[in-house]
Design a protein around this ligand. Structure first.
Ligand SMILES: Cc1ncc(COP(=O)(O)O)c(C=O)c1O
Length: 290
């Protein structure tokens, strides 16, 4: 719905725009500086910066370098620009925290949540705002006109309520936390990383239970497969035939070419199911590569 607006570069470490050699350890501030330049160029007309703390489908679970989001938040605060986090995909425990921004201690002014909010049992989304935003509305017109026919639908809200209760009872956010060695997130990370030995796997990245596998025609040059090959979609089909559902995407290199999969299993997944799924995914990649 927001039609035309400025974009800034994304800290996408596998294909870093700065040709760094240290895994983007020092690139966070350089990428964040792009925001400052864009805000200054907008000459007072920039209202907000919208971001995903970890990319979802479009880039496939790309995690920003440390320092990047803290600097972004600081720049927004200094310039009076609202910080809006889209946590539709990354929120509700997916990355091992309630919301992914918590990994970097960042508190957005507005946070958007959906998907895991009701775990798909009923459609549900939410816009969460801090006191600064709420007070601005309350002390301004005092009215916030929004909504649609079925908002606050009791069945959807009940589904969300049940999901909260189940997540707490089963400690599902801890299960997603890949930094805990006893978690499903950790087991998934270790299993997926073994795919790096395949010729066509260029990068395995992610956090919690949100992982991306990027395919390349040539590992050394990181040359992507030709767009028309639909490599990721073919892998997803071959995996589906084996009973494993993954999310294929194209366009991670330049908006058109570049193939990757998004892998985001439910937090109740067992270590045996993870090993089984990754083995079948390996066979699917090998089949398509052959
Ligand atoms: C990151 C992100 N934001 C927003 C949306 C839109 O969410 P919804 O369909 O719940 O409006 C999606 C949907 O896939 C998404 O992945």
């Amino acid at each position: 719905m927001v039609r035309e607006f400025e974009h800034i570069g994304i800290p996408y470490c596998y294909r870093c725009a700065h040709d760094c050699t240290d895994g983007c350890r020092n690139c966070g501030l350089r990428y964040a500086a792009e925001l400052e330049r864009a805000i200054e160029a907008a000459n007072g007309s920039a209202a907000a910066f919208i971001f995903e703390p970890v990319s979802g489908a479009t880039l496939g679970a790309v995690v920003p370098p440390d320092g990047y989001l803290q600097k972004i938040a600081e720049i927004c605060r200094q310039h009076g620009v609202l910080l809006i986090a889209d946590e539709v995909m990354t929120g509700m425990g997916r990355t091992g925290r309630n919301f992914a921004v918590e990994h970097w201690g960042v508190a957005p002014d507005i946070l958007i949540s959906a998907k895991g909010l009701s775990s798909g049992y009923a459609p549900l989304g939410a816009v969460i705002a801090n006191k600064k935003v709420v007070d601005a509305v309350a002390n301004g017109s005092g009215a916030f006109l929004h909504g649609f026919t079925y908002n606050s639908h009791p069945v959807s809200v009940a589904a969300g309520h049940a999901v909260f209760a189940y997540m707490r009872k089963r400690n599902l956010i801890q299960a997603a936390d890949s930094t805990r060695t006893d978690s499903a997130g950790h087991t998934l990370a270790r299993n997926l990383e073994t795919l790096s030995d395949l010729n066509s796997v260029g990068d395995v990245r992610g956090i919690g239970l949100l992982w991306g596998v990027e395919f390349v025609a040539d590992k050394k040059s990181k040359q992507p497969f030709p767009e028309g090959m639909n490599f990721a979609a073919s892998v997803a089909s071959a995996a589906a035939e084996r009973g494993v559902l993954v999310y294929p995407m194209q366009g991670c290199v330049d908006g058109n070419s570049g193939d990757h999969l998004l892998i985001a299993p439910p937090a109740v997944i067992t270590p045996e199911e993870i090993a089984w799924a990754v083995q079948h995914l390996r066979e699917a990649v090998q089949e398509v590569n052959a």
